[in-house]
Design a protein around this ligand. Structure first.
Ligand SMILES: *Cc1c(COP(=O)(O)O)cnc(C)c1O
Length: 210
């Protein structure tokens, strides 16, 4: 654990920027330690792994769980049932399935839409032109509260290139009047703050190498 990094990042964060501690690949005991330092928001990318930790930590009532992984459609109901936020909604099809599950369960699911800003075949997301075109339609979908956009930059970009993509994400979010931008990871969080992120997703810098 890199608690000193955690405390350093927390101290540097502007008021409107939240820190999501990405605990995928780390045991629930690490989550518990960080929670004792005041961390409440945790990000996981695989349902089964997350669910096992949720059970082990069910005595801690203040944890908010964020799903940030690739969504498998056969897991959507479970994800909606067990996560407070879903950051990685990468298609209209999955958005509709989340809506249906949320209606069945009787909750309003907070979500962020993953946008594809760069030509990175390894990353999904809705293309920004598509998103803007379909926006009026998407806003009407029931039982989902779209609070923002999420993006993952391709690996190996310069700081300048990372900043440029983050600014683009922030501009689209502002255009759609969405408050939240989930962007910035261990290697590019400074640029994300500069561009106006509201959710940094940081794993290895806090928990150590996986
Ligand atoms: C793993 C992961 C992170 C955190 O990555 P680090 O480099 O460990 O900070 C952030 N976002 C997503 C979507 C991830 O899968």
């Amino acid at each position: 654990m890199e608690i000193s990094n955690y405390l350093k990042i927390k101290k540097l964060l502007p008021k409107n920027v939240n820190l999501l501690a990405v605990s995928k690949g780390f045991e629930s005991s690490r989550i518990q330690i960080l929670n004792e330092f005041g961390q409440q928001d945790f990000g996981e990318s695989k349902f089964q792994e997350a669910y096992e930790k949720q059970i082990l930590l069910s005595n801690i009532k203040n944890i908010k769980w964020h799903f940030i992984g690739k969504i498998q459609s056969n897991k959507i109901r479970k994800i909606v049932n067990h996560f407070d936020y879903i950051h990685s909604v990468d298609s209209v099809k999955n958005l509709l399935k989340i809506s249906n599950a949320a209606i069945e369960i009787g909750k309003i699911q907070k979500i962020l839409i993953q946008v594809k800003l760069a030509n990175d075949p390894s990353k999904g997301g809705i293309h920004c032109d598509d998103l803007i075109e379909k926006w009026e339609e998407l806003k009407k979908i029931k039982n989902v509260l779209i609070i923002g956009l999420m993006t993952i930059n391709p690996k190996g970009l310069s700081a300048k290139e990372n900043l440029k993509l983050f600014i683009k994400c922030r501009e689209i979010a502002d255009y759609l009047k969405l408050p939240e931008c989930s962007m910035g990871m261990s290697n590019d969080w400074n640029e994300a703050i500069e561009a106006g992120t509201t959710w940094l997703r940081i794993g290895s810098l806090i928990f150590g190498e996986r």
